[in-house]
Ligand binder design. Structure first.
Ligand code: GLA
Length: 378
């Protein structure tokens, strides 16, 4: 029989080893941080989740609107900057109209005259953009959040049930958005949804990027490439006319990398209507379910490169034409053209354009969509 004293050393060794191993694991896999982001006006608590990876990249995401609040990325010298516009406080997100970093739905982008017909029924939506409906209300809702970190990296799952009739749309819609920050410096966004009644759906993320760092001036020197030979020209209210127009010989040709500012002030009817770029591009070779390279943006000052890939058929480039001195994070002021958005999506106003890829979701169908924003520096 072992005496008590002889057991002390192995037991002690066991405890020390366990503590040491869990310390090593914690070093290798730091846990996602969670902190309160305050309460909404009607008393709902919201949180801010900080996802990190081993390269020093960090994404802060709030359950309010499924919103990316900050995205910290190294430049060519390893210097970390926050490359997305946003606010410091929940109240500013609640009051804001710019959709900074938000998950946008039920229908991202515009629906003409705030009306569409589905299965013979005409649905009327709130008009919040002149005579049109724009972007829905998902960005002003509190989503349920869950840490689903795994082998791919730290991951945050956000879910929201949009009730039948909310914002005028038919069907109870269950939406899930999973943000994953990978070790390859990608922010991967996986969307999925189901409905109990025929509905329309278009989900996107509305990050405003400035690869030199948020609040650090305009994005006119950013070099942009979009893999699209065609775009959807718009009318005076930014609703697609239905035409898929070739970009050849127009300021909309980004098939080879071109600085955003090179042609933005040209005397072009479409640029005038958008007050700059605020248009949807028809991505080449888009195939449902295939994740394809869609665009890239390079900032020569910082060396940061953003590559966007998506399973979606369209991409809205918006050059911050309506930013008008908004006070954002850390007291920074955001003016016109101080950021660009690359919103992967279906085409605007698809419910009223039967020839566009369909945005109808039916009971029994499982909607799935992925977009990846990958960062590097050179
Ligand atoms: C979208 C629209 C723009 C503008 C922004 C939000 O990108 O296309 O016209 O409304 O959202 O300000």
């Amino acid at each position: 029989m072992l005496r008590r004293r002889e057991l002390v050393i192995p037991i002690l060794f066991f405890f020390v080893a366990t503590i040491f191993i869990s310390f090593l694991q914690a070093e290798a896999n730091p846990k996602m941080q969670k902190q309160s982001f305050g309460k909404t006006e009607d008393g709902q608590p919201t949180d801010l989740y900080i996802l990190t990876n081993k390269n020093g990249m960090e994404a802060a995401i709030t359950s309010y609107g499924g919103t990316v609040v900050s995205l910290k990325v190294p430049d060519r010298n390893g210097k970390i900057d926050d490359v997305v516009l946003g606010y410091d406080k929940l109240e500013d997100y609640a009051a804001g109209k710019a959709y900074f970093g938000a998950t946008v739905g039920r229908y991202a982008n515009r629906i003409a005259h705030a009306k569409f017909t589905l299965d013979g029924v005409t649905y009327t939506l709130p008009k919040n953009d002149g005579d049109n409906h724009l972007h829905g209300v998902f960005n002003k809702r509190v989503w349920d959040a869950k840490d689903v970190s795994g082998r791919d990296g730290q991951a945050l799952e956000l879910t929201y049930v949009s009730k039948d009739g909310e914002d005028g749309y038919p069907g109870n819609l269950s939406v899930k958005v999973v943000y994953t920050l990978t070790e390859q410096n990608e922010l991967k966004i996986d969307y999925s949804a189901t409905t109990d009644k025929d509905t329309v759906l278009n989900l996107t993320n509305h990050c405003y990027f400035n690869l030199s760092g948020q609040g650090n001036g305009d994005i006119l020197q950013t070099q942009l490439m979009i893999r699209a030979d065609r775009f959807t020209p718009v009318d005076a209210t930014l609703i697609p006319t239905g035409e898929l127009r070739s970009v050849k010989g127009t300021p909309f040709d980004f098939t080879t990398s071109t600085v955003i500012g090179a042609r933005i002030e040209q005397d072009d009817e479409q640029l005038k209507l958008g007050k700059g770029y605020d248009h949807n591009w028809v991505l080449n070779n888009a195939t449902p379910g295939s994740l394809l390279a869609a665009a890239q943006a390079y900032d020569p000052h910082s060396g940061r490169l953003l590559e966007v890939s998506t399973t979606e058929p369209g991409l809205q480039l918006y050059t911050g034409n309506f930013l008008d001195g908004i006070r954002g994070k850390g007291g920074k002021v955001y003016n016109r053209r101080n950021a660009f958005c690359l919103e992967t999506q279906h085409f605007p106003d698809s419910p009223n354009h039967p020839q566009f890829p369909s945005t109808v979701l039916k009971p029994g169908q499982h909607f799935q969509s992925t977009t990846v924003y990958k960062f590097s520096a050179k």
